[in-house]
Design a protein around this ligand. Sequence first.
Ligand SMILES: [Fe+2]
Length: 131
Amino acid sequence: MGSLNDRIGRADWKKEKHVPVIECPSEVKADTMFEIKVSVGKEIAHPNTTAHHISWIQLFFHADGEKFAIQVGEFQFSAHGEAAEGPDTGPVYTHPSIGTTMKTKKSGKLYAISLCNIHGLWESEMEIKVV
Ligand SMILES: [Fe+2]
């Protein structure tokens, strides 16, 4: 059986187009806002069609010494060319890229998880050090 964790893909984002890419400072000042960008397909573009697309990205932060990870945000991508005329005929396609801002009192690790509607869950992580 295993757990859902066994179904989450992890790989080098430069070789695997599904892996979310976290871009933010690796060192931040305590309690000071910093910007985070997370995208899918930075090196190798992922399809964005009605049939095959990235549905969402969720971002979590696990502060050192804390028992649980905190959800920073969830970002839904809802437009993939859908239209009354049929798939891929619509005018709107959301790109799987998000920006947000946070602060932390403690160092820890950011986790990004994304969902491809066909190829499942993918995860990446990044250490954030409070200096
Ligand atoms: Fe995919």
